[in-house]
Structures are given as structure tokens and as C-alpha cells.
Design a protein around this ligand. Sequence first.
Ligand code: FAD
Ligand code: SF4
Length: 470
Amino acid sequence: DRLSNDFQFIDVGREDPKKRPLRVRKTQFVEIHEQFKPEEASEQSHRCLECGNPYCEWKCPVHNFIPNWLKLVSEGNILEAAELSHQTNTLPEVCGRVCPQDRLCEGACTLNDGFGAVTIGNVEKYITDTAFAMGWRPDLSNVVPTGKRVAIIGAGPAGLGCADVLARAGVSPVVFDRYPEIGGLLTFGIPEFKLEKSVLSRRREIFEGMGIEFRLNTEIGKDVSIDELLAEYDAVFMGMGTYTYMKGGFPGEDLPGVYDALDFLIANVNRNLGFEKSPQDFVDMKGKKVVVLGGGDTAMDCNRTSIRQGATSVACAYRRDEANMPGSRKEVKNAKDEGVKFLFNRQPIAIVGEDRVEGVKVVETRLGEPDARGRRSPEPIPGSEEVLPADAVIIAFGFRPSPADWFAGKQVDTDSQGRVVAPEAGQYKFQTSNPKIFAGGDMVRGSDLVVTAIWEGRQAAEGILDYLEL
Ligand code: FAD
Ligand code: SF4
């Protein structure tokens, strides 16, 4: 019998769910993976060795009970798996889709050494998607209301993680966001081919069912002041992300035809979701030669969005080699499969053009000595300059913190890089220097990952519960 075969990993190889054909992938904003069939999910889950050293759990930033829910799925026990998976993760179906598993859980799987890691991410997504389709909902019937209310600024993964834990502890969270939908960068950043937007609208309904209130299209500091929140609520959590674009600092960056990555991606989402205010906001790459500068997840998303919009060519220039790219391996592969041409070891030094962009001047690099953080920095090779022809250039160098102008007035300290100081090891986890204000996610750690933002939001909620003596 299959379930008694402890060596399933030898007989059954690692299989991810099928990808849609390239023809469809390259033209449509739909997720590229199909869903597992129940027998596939069970078979793949049963490959878990139950090795007794769940490195996967430790490497997973929210410490999911991975081997336990894999066992439940292998037995076909989806609803129990969903219960268990929600004990540690606020958005398991999102993490299953967008985590860089090769660097996290799957990279640490004992089977990753030759046999192929268990498909942890795709099973995690399968559990929640299937449980929701079966009508399962988080059960908060035993929760006793405390009468306390907490204001949460930002409906990104950090804010949602915080709201989830508070709601389950009987505290009423009210989540404010300046955007018209929840999710933060999950909705207004990460494109649909990685994460379809119906996933977030379904989540909003689930959260509302749990008693979480959302006040969307509401910016704190403009529509509602921080003083009003501090007066009206028992505590405030800030999960506002990082939104200052990093620049290259080279000539030509302001030429027409040069775009910031997030502006380009948001304009695309706004059109697809019907949130577009004016057709002029849309950036159309149809028929254009596009050059994307950068090597992270944001750059990959710009590459693949340009392909789907019908660009004639998409080239991605990155200043280090492929092994040193910060982006998720699976997304680099997807981009290559979809036709993106990578130019490694190329550092941009200028954007050239008369009245608008005509090309990017790059210089070849080789990797020098490791810097203070152990990363080898690229050094230009003299005389290797060339111009890559371009009708449009997208700058995807990442983001720096964007402290609000009221931080100082409210005694919210920031560090030299502009990150809010809210230590995990403080008296109350993730409390800022203002005792009533907590913070987590990108604005505390700098731009990072969805799953680390969820973790910090959840931990901050525990800090808030302790602070409120609950
Ligand atoms: P955010 O997601 O930025 O959410 C902050 C929210 O706060 C926003 O909704 C914003 O509108 C709101 N807000 C800010 N100020 C105010 C205010 N004054 N009033 C009201 N609301 C306010 N990570 C991965 O793990 N995998 C990926 O594949 C991946 N791809 C990415 C692709 C792109 C293009 C980008 C930009 C990032 C990607 N990331 C990815 C990183 C990930 O999205 C972030 O690390 C994560 O979303 C951070 O969560 P957060 O809650 O801290 O902030
Ligand atoms: Fe892996 Fe991310 Fe899921 Fe953790 S949350 S198990 S790292 S996919």
C-alpha cells in the first residue's frame, strides 16, 4: 500500500504542477502553474521522509509545521491540514505561490540533496485553495472579545499578519490603507502571473468574516491623522512598507521613456483590475525594445510583464553574474523560458538619447574582492562599454525606507537608513520608541519578503497583546 511505503521518494520523483503552455503564458496575466490534482498532492506530500530533523521548518521564516501538514495531505485530510497551516501562517496560499522556496523551506529539505526537495510551496497553496473551495473557514467561535481596539496602518502582509493574530485573541483590528484593495505589494506590485488578484479579494472576505475591519482609500497623515488613531485606539501597528525608489545616479535617468519599476507594474495592475484613473497612466511596452536594469524579483516581474504586453524584445542587464542574482531562481528560469535575454556582468553607466531614451550604455564587470557583508562587488572592465538599443528602460534597483514626516513628532525613532527601530528582542516585541506604536515588515527590516513581513506582523501582535496585558 502506497501510504506504508517509506521510500516513496525513490519511486516517485519531485513533480511540480504543470505549467500552462508558453503560448498562453506569454500573452496572458494568469498564474502559470495549474493546481495539483488530489492524488498528485497526496503522492508528492508522501515523498516527505519525516526525517526527524525538520530543517524545512527552521528555514521557513514563520516556522510552518511542514512535515505534519504534508502527512495530513498524504492521507487526504485537507481540512485538518488547513487548520494546522493557519496556526503559523496568515497567508499560506500566498506564500505557497511567491516565497523563494529554493532559498527557504525546499532548499533545506533533506531530499534536496539529489532526490529533489518535496514540493512544499505548491502543497501549501493547494491546502488552502482546496479547503476554501470546500467551504472551510477559520473558526473563531471560541474567541472571547476583550473590548480592545488596535489601529493598523497598511494592509500589506505585515499589517494582515498582525490583524490575524489580534482577531484570534479577541482584539478588534481596524486596518487602514491608502489603496482601494488589501494586500499592499501583493496586489499593487506582484503581477498576476505569480499571484492572481482573486486570491486577495477572497482573503479580504475571509478576514472580514473574522471580524477584521478594513478602511480602504484612507491615507494616514492625510485623510486621518496619527493623533486621531492614538486617541481612539489602544495601540497602533505600522506596516507601511518601503517606497523610496533607488536610483542609479547616472546621466539620462530623467529622459522620457525611462520608468520606475513599481510605477510600471502598478499601472499594469490598475488597468487589469479596473482601478485606472486615466489611460495616460498606463505604460505600454507593445512593439518596444525594452531594457530592464536590476536582478531582483522586481526586475523579473518587469521583464515578464513587458513580454506579456507584447514588447518586441526584453533584455535584462545585471551587474553581477547569474549565481549572485538576488531574485528567486524559479522566477529567473520562468523569465528565460518566456524569452527574456539576460546580460550578466553589465553595469549601466548612462541612459542615452536626444529627446527620449534610445539606449543604455553599459560596461562589462568582473567580480572583485568580497565587501564587508561578504558579497563580491562588481568592478568595471575598462574599454568594454557598449550601448544596448532601447525604446524603453525600466529601473528596478529596489527600494529604500520612506519615513513619514510625523515619525519624529511622535517619538518614532529611525536608524541611519531610515528604517523604523522596533526590535524583536525589546521589552514588547516590535515596539517602537513610542510605547503605543508597534511596527514590522519592510519598514523595519528594509525591503525583504512577503513571509518575513507576515512573521513580523504576527510577532508584533504578540507584543501588543503583552503590552495590553491580555
Ligand atoms: P507592503 O506590502 O508594501 O504594504 C504596505 C501597505 O501600507 C501598502 O498597502 C501601502 O499602501 C500602505 N500604506 C503605506 N503608508 C500608508 C499610509 N500613510 N496610510 C495608509 N496606508 C499606507 N516578496 C516575496 O516574498 N516574493 C516575491 O515574489 C516578491 N516579489 C516582489 C515583486 C515586486 C515588484 C516587489 C516590489 C516586491 C516583491 N516582494 C516579493 C517583496 C514583498 O512584496 C514585500 O517584502 C512585502 O510586501 C512587504 O510587506 P509589508 O506589509 O511590509 O509592506
Ligand atoms: Fe516555504 Fe514560504 Fe511556505 Fe515557509 S511560508 S513553508 S518558506 S513556502
